[in-house]
Ligand binder design. Structure first.
Ligand SMILES: Nc1ncnc2c1ncn2[C@@H]1O[C@H](COP(=O)(O)OP(=O)(O)OP(=O)(O)O)[C@@H](O)[C@H]1O
Length: 237
């Protein structure tokens, strides 16, 4: 079953074609990576997937529904950790989890989520007093507290130190094994290569290559996804 189907998606801001005819599908249970440099159209694409932006053209289906028209219904089944996600500094970890659980008709048990993401020792800590890695872990937990079928993670590890980054990778691995469909947006090629079953390499609003990381690497005759990206860029200039 396809969890996500995107066909010829287009979105412009004035003269900027942020997303310029993007097509991809994500199977249920797959971890799908959208990778590319700043301004490639990654965030605009996921904002359309979440129904936060209305496309100018193309079709989108998430769990069989149109996000622009059925955003409320889909919001119950999708979890999102977005780039600008922020919480009030004074909210405590436990309060945030309880609050987010209350948004859903059938949430996960927030206590279990807190335990699973090793947040229990921080339960009474205010958001503003958490380290960068702890904040990110809380954001992930909040994206999952609704027990979603699809989770969108945008720039999950940006700003984290290498240890926190690896720890976050491990958590995404756990999520993957639980059968959740994950869309991972990143400008880190190593992360995408390590975590994703399928990758779309974005550049200037278009998909330059798609497949498993190994397929893309083999097709470009390179040794890593990052090298593959630059090889692809070289051929399109
Ligand atoms: N609200 C907006 N108004 C005008 N231009 C925008 C807006 N949002 C995005 N853009 C432009 O659209 C293009 C794609 O932006 P987008 O944020 O989707 O890229 P991205 O790949 O997510 O980049 P980053 O990695 O920097 O977040 C960029 O040129 C950006 O400047």
């Amino acid at each position: 079953m396809e969890a996500i189907e995107v066909t010829d998606l287009r979105k412009s801001y004035g003269d900027t074609n942020a997303v310029d005819g993007v097509t991809f599908t994500v199977h249920a249970g797959q971890t799908f990576g959208i990778v590319g440099h700043n301004g490639a159209g990654k965030t605009t694409t996921v904002e359309c997937l979440l129904g936060l932006k209305r496309p100018d053209g193309g079709t989108l289906r998430v769990l069989g529904r149109d996000p622009a028209r059925e955003r409320r219904a889909l919001a119950q089944r999708i979890g999102a950790q977005l780039q600008e996600s922020a919480l009030p500094d004074r909210i405590k970890v436990v309060e945030a989890l309880r609050l987010f659980a209350s948004f859903y008709h059938r949430p996960a048990d927030w206590r279990q989520v807190m335990e699973r993401w090793s947040l229990s020792p921080l339960a009474r800590r205010a958001y503003g007093d958490l380290s960068g890695g702890q904040k990110q872990r809380l954001m992930l937990a909040l994206a999952l507290v609704g027990d979603p079928e699809v989770v969108v993670l945008d720039e999950l590890t940006t700003g984290l130190d290498p240890v926190a980054r690896r720890e976050t990778w491990r958590l995404v691995g756990d999520l993957k094994r639980s059968g959740t469909t994950v869309v991972l947006v990143s400008h880190y090629f190593d992360e995408t290569e390590a975590l994703c079953d399928k990758v779309a390499v974005f550049a200037r609003g278009r998909v330059k290559a798609m497949g498993t990381p190994d397929e893309i690497i083999a097709r470009t005759g390179t040794a890593s996804l990052e090298e593959a990206y630059f090889a692809l860029e070289g051929t399109t200039r």
